[in-house]
Design a protein around this ligand. Structure first.
Ligand code: UDP
Length: 334
């Protein structure tokens, strides 16, 4: 199949493109390179050559419907995987319109192009941020349980989910998978790809920078949460396992109309546990201090992943140790 991937120059998008190339799909990447990298496109182009499949890249912003539709007219793709989005929660609080514009409005542009050019398979990157701070009785989070986004970022993604479902409802041929990502981390096991995003605020990235001496110390944002060690709990998923969920989603759409699926390990780790694992794999007891809570952090976010396992046959392969090892190898490389 020929698949159009928006945001293919970014972190998760690039790992998915690599797996699609492994499966001999031709790829069309649309990315405005606002947070993605030309270097990543170059790496993927070389990789496509080794797999003897085609990869084309268009530097297009999804707000530019004219250019976007020109890509659809030229490439005749069979499906779309839509990653391109703004993803910084704190920024979304400061600048909500950026998020409703870049995430919600631009997804509408993309859907319009799909309908116009008869592209009827759509896979969408959603997020565990749609759940917000769930009461313990709703954890691990289930797809049909309550959703309470705590930021314009989470809300912009939840709007998209509804829009996609409404489009599917009135277009009998249109099929969709909405994947709610939990905490995507790690780097490709073969060392080809990883996270290069500048100024990352994520726990594992900061722990990496600290263990490699780019930072003198790191901080734990709050130790007074109602959890066993007082620090927040998250469900960390290796980016290659997350990528394989997209491959499974494409097959799923051959026989199904669509659905919403959590992508996580159904297993939570505390901030302290993650830092301890990073210390262990890097063999470095780096300096960690405690600071106050970070505003807007939910106590615990853990997936129930039963649905994706039973309905798609998805099986994760990795764990927190491999997450930290692959991320460390990548950080050393860059
Ligand atoms: N965190 C921390 N110190 C850091 C970065 C993150 O204690 O330097 C905490 C953060 O407050 C949250 C957890 O680690 O409780 C996971 O944060 P991250 O930003 O990685 O992911 P999120 O779940 O917020 O998207």
């Amino acid at each position: 199949m020929k698949i159009l991937v928006t945001g293919g120059a970014g972190y998760i998008g690039s790992h998915v493109v690599k797996q699609l190339l492994d499966k001999k799909n031709d790829i069309v990447i649309v990315d405005n390179l606002s947070t993605g990298f030309q270097k990543t496109i170059n790496t993927l182009k070389k990789y496509a050559l080794t797999k003897k499949v085609k990869l084309s890249f268009y530097k297009v912003d999804l707000s530019d419907s004219k250019k976007l539709e020109a890509v659809f007219a030229k490439e005749k793709v069979a499906g779309v995987i839509h990653f391109a989005a703004s993803i910084v929660v704190s920024e979304s609080v400061r600048d909500p319109l950026k998020y409703y514009e870049n995430n919600t409005s631009n997804t509408i542009n993309l859907l319009k192009a799909c309908l116009k050019y008869n592209v009827n398979k759509f896979i969408f990157s959603s997020t565990a941020a749609v759940y917000g701070d769930l009461e313990p009785r709703y954890l691990p989070a289930k797809e049909d349980g309550p959703v309470h986004p705590m930021s314009p970022y989470g809300q912009s993604k939840l709007f998209n989910e509804k829009i996609i479902q409404d489009v599917a409802f009135v277009n009998p041929k249109f099929k969709y998978v909405i994947l709610r990502y939990f905490n995507a981390v790690g780097a490709s096991v073969d060392g080809l790809l990883g996270q290069s995003t500048a100024n990352a605020t994520h726990l594992i990235k900061i722990a990496l920078e600290t263990t490699l001496g780019k930072r003198k110390k790191m901080f734990i944002n709050g130790t007074d949460y109602n959890t066993p060690d007082g620090t927040c709990i998250r469900d960390y998923i290796h980016v290659d396992d997350l990528a394989s969920a997209h491959i499974k989603s494409l097959s799923y759409l051959n026989k199904n109309k669509g659905g919403v699926f959590n992508c996580g390990y159904s297993k939570g780790f505390s901030v302290r546990e993650v830092i301890d694992m990073m210390k262990k794999v890097s063999d470095n007891d780096f300096k960690v201090e405690i600071t106050k809570r970070r505003e807007g952090d939910p106590t615990a976010v853990v997936s129930n992943n039963t649905k994706i396992i039973s309905e798609m046959g998805w099986q994760p392969k990795y764990d927190l140790k491999i997450i930290c090892e692959t991320a460390l190898a990548w950080e050393r490389k860059i």
